[in-house]
Design a protein. Structure first.
Length: 116
């Protein structure tokens, strides 16, 4: 019984650690957003120019997916390819966590499930 309890506690901790890691660090992402993305998407991801998409409130998974696409050429846009190229995989998760946590688009709140 004791062993089972210990196992449950340990697995709960590792699940928590994994999901915290996968979710990205929104504070680190905030820095990237205010330095690099703000001019077009707004510091919190609410774009005031219809040429630029609103990112605030978008699912983090989708944001990471879009950024990877710009970086690897699956998604082609001359402006975004350049910005995405400068982001590491960790930067992408962090900046996605930041925009996803802001009020904007009203996507249903699903558990954060960023996959590699
Ligand atoms: C010079 C303006 C500009 C800057 C700066 C910029 N973007 Fe963009 N971004 C765009 C434009 C234009 C699009 C739409 C491109 C398209 O049609 O695919 C876009 C699209 C995106 C998308 C896809 C949105 C969607 O709904 O599919 C993401 C994600 C994104 N940008 C993230 C970022 C991040 C993160 C940064 C900062 C590292 C950034 N952008 C900096 C102009 C910019």
């Amino acid at each position: 019984m004791n062993t089972l309890k210990q196992w449950l506690v340990l697995s709960a901790i590792s699940v928590f650690t994994l999901s915290a890691h996968a979710g990205g660090d929104a504070e680190a992402g905030k820095k990237i957003a205010s330095q690099t993305c703000q001019a077009c998407h707004g510091a919190d991801g609410n774009s005031t120019n219809p040429q630029y998409p609103t990112l605030a409130g978008q699912h983090a998974d989708y944001l990471v997916h879009a950024l990877k696409g710009y970086k690897n050429g699956d998604r082609k846009n001359p402006i975004m390819s350049g910005f995405a190229a400068s982001l590491s995989p960790a930067d992408m998760k962090n900046v996605a966590a930041w925009f996803a946590s802001q009020k904007g688009l009203t996507s249903p709140r699903l558990p954060n499930t960023v996959h590699e």
